[in-house]
Design a protein around this ligand. Structure first.
Ligand SMILES: [Zn+2]
Length: 115
C-alpha cells in the first residue's frame, strides 16, 4: 500500500471510530441496562399443590433481571416485565455491540500504525 492509501485508510478508520463514539454517547443518555431477562418456573412448596407432582404444573413464568458483571446480580421482577425495561436492555446491548466494533477498529488502526 502506498503512503497515501495508508493515510486514507487511517482517516476512514478514525471517522468510523468517531461515528461509533457519537452513537455510544447518544445511546448512553437513554438509561441503558446491561443484562438480560430470564424466566423461572417454581414449586410453591405446598404439599397439596399439583406442582409437587408434575413439572408441567410449575408456577410461572416469573421474570428476573440479570445484570452485568457476570450476571450474578439478579432482581426479581414478578409476573410482568416493567414497561420500558426491554427497550433499556436493547439499548445496553446496542452499546456493547458498538464497543466491540470500536475495539476491532481501534486494533486495526494500531496494526496500520506498525506498517
Ligand atoms: Zn404449587
Amino acid at each position: 500500500m502506498s503512503v497515501n492509501k495508508i493515510n486514507e485508510a487511517k482517516i476512514n478508520l478514525l471517522d468510523a471510530i468517531k461515528d461509533i463514539e457519537n452513537q455510544i454517547q447518544s445511546l448512553s443518555q437513554q438509561d441503558p441496562l446491561f443484562g438480560f431477562i430470564s424466566t423461572k418456573y417454581i414449586k410453591c412448596g405446598r404439599e397439596s399443590c399439583k406442582c409437587k407432582q408434575s413439572p408441567k404444573a410449575l408456577h410461572g413464568p416469573y421474570f428476573y433481571l440479570r445484570l452485568e458483571p457476570e450476571y450474578k446480580f439478579s432482581k426479581y421482577l414478578g409476573r410482568k416485565v416493567p414497561a420500558g425495561m426491554k427497550d433499556r436492555i436493547s439499548v445496553g446491548t446496542n452499546i456493547k455491540e458498538l464497543e466491540r466494533k470500536r475495539k476491532r477498529l481501534t486494533s486495526t488502526l494500531d496494526d496500520i500504525d506498525f506498517v
